[in-house]
Design a protein around this ligand. Structure first.
Ligand code: FEO
Length: 405
């Protein structure tokens, strides 16, 4: 049975939820599932904006056929060619042989690569570029290129008459919205922001300059709804809220002054130092301290906290003459995401040939805009009284840095 929602009298959500998938992109945990959004506009012409993942194809096709109410589909606008959104293109063409596929040159190239479609022949395709428009009747679609937000072919589609921005992956979230399609049907910030941040940081986080470029294109537009491909449709005050978050995230500006402590520990000694430091910071009045065990908490969650907080503390033992593997994975991912502009402190540990502290210094030093706070502390197995004095000095240095911001 269909399960659709009305955005405006002519525009319908025809997407669905997936709570079965364990790992998005086979990488990122989905404890609360995910939605794949697609939207249908009915006018003199009909236009579908994106399809969905294979996992929910049946629900999607039922929704689409119901919303079309017997009409044919004239256009399929492909804002993003990643398979979580384009998996049903072949089926759409089978159902509607006369449909025109709308995308940019890169979209059509990827259509050929993914599905073997002969888009060189230009049959049944419409190639658009920056600023092009497509009239459906009283609705007009305008295309804004958004390369690398999150793949090179990504584009936004702005519906001019009603002010709806179809934003591909941008402004999306992990997590199902539990029936509340619109952000103002829930306490959006409390309910979704952590998942929006985890989504942004891990999926789009590397591409801050490209996000900045598209934010500049969006700024002059009147936007009444932002319609992403995942998560709630943004309305009202949540539009400004998310634009502000995207401004911060894409410029690698911390949201909050606080301390992320990420530690690795084999037998509890490095963990002990991390806990002592966290306690000292709290006693010195720091109210936003988050402590994560890198072996327990998925790096995607720690990355999201890294985007939020101003100060990072990494603590890890030496392992195989190098850096403890789970910490290496985290720092490598932070490097790959181009994360930058933070204050960093280091605690290493090594019982006979310590190396972790220098490797963590090197890896964080290779990231842009990192400022070292305090002297790196090297533990030789367990925390000693002398180490306690150094942990106190490190806490003082972090507090001084926080208060100077
Ligand atoms: Fe939701 Fe880049 O795919």
């Amino acid at each position: 049975m269909q399960n659709t929602r009305t955005l405006t009298p002519d525009i319908t959500w025809v997407g669905g939820s997936d709570r079965r998938l364990a790992l998005f992109e086979n990488l990122f945990p989905l404890p609360d599932g995910i939605t794949y959004n697609a939207y249908l506009i009915r006018d003199e012409k009909t236009a579908l904006l994106d399809t969905v993942d294979n996992a929910i194809s049946r629900q999607f096709i039922e929704n689409l056929l119901y919303a079309l109410d017997g009409r044919a589909l004239d256009y399929l606008v492909i804002n993003h060619m990643e398979p979580d959104h384009c998996a049903n293109i072949v089926e759409i063409r089978r159902l509607f042989p006369d449909v025109t596929l709308v995308g940019n040159a890169k979209t059509l190239q990827l259509l050929g690569q993914f599905y073997g479609m002969d888009t060189d022949a230009q049959q049944g395709t419409l190639t658009v570029k920056e600023g092009d428009t497509l009239s459906l009747g009283k609705h007009t679609l305008q295309f804004l290129m958004a390369p690398m937000v999150h793949w090179p072919e990504v584009m936004f589609t702005y519906e001019v008459s009603e002010g709806l921005l179809f934003s591909a992956d941008a402004f999306g979230t992990f997590g199902d919205f539990d029936g509340s399609l619109f952000s103002d049907e829930m306490a959006y910030e409390q309910r979704m922001m952590q998942e929006a941040r985890r989504y942004y940081g891990n999926i789009v986080g590397k591409y801050g300059p490209q996000v900045q470029a598209v934010l500049r294109k969006v700024a002059p537009l009147t936007v009444n709804m932002i319609c992403p491909l995942h998560g709630p449709v943004l309305r009202g005050a949540d539009i400004a809220l998310m634009l502000d978050k995207y401004q911060k995230w894409s410029t690698y500006t911390p949201e909050d002054q606080g301390v992320l402590i990420a530690y690795g520990s084999m037998y509890g000694n490095t963990e002990n130092a991390a806990n002592i430091l966290a306690g000292l910071l709290s006693q010195k009045g720091v109210r936003d301290v988050r402590v994560y065990d890198v072996s327990k908490t998925h790096y995607a969650t720690i990355v999201a906290e890294g985007f939020r907080l101003s100060h990072w503390m990494f603590a890890a033992p030496t392992y195989n003459m190098g850096l403890f593997g789970a910490m290496h994975t985290l720092l490598h991912d932070m490097q790959a995401l181009n994360m930058q502009n933070r204050h960093v402190s280091i605690i290493g540990n090594g019982s006979w040939a310590p190396a972790s502290h220098t490797i963590m210094q090197q890896m964080t030093g290779e990231m842009k805009g990192m400022q070292a706070v305090g002297d790196p502390l090297l533990l030789k197995t367990s925390v000693t009284e002398a180490d306690m004095a150094q942990l106190g000095a490190l806490a003082d240095a972090i507090v001084a840095s926080l208060t100077s911001q």
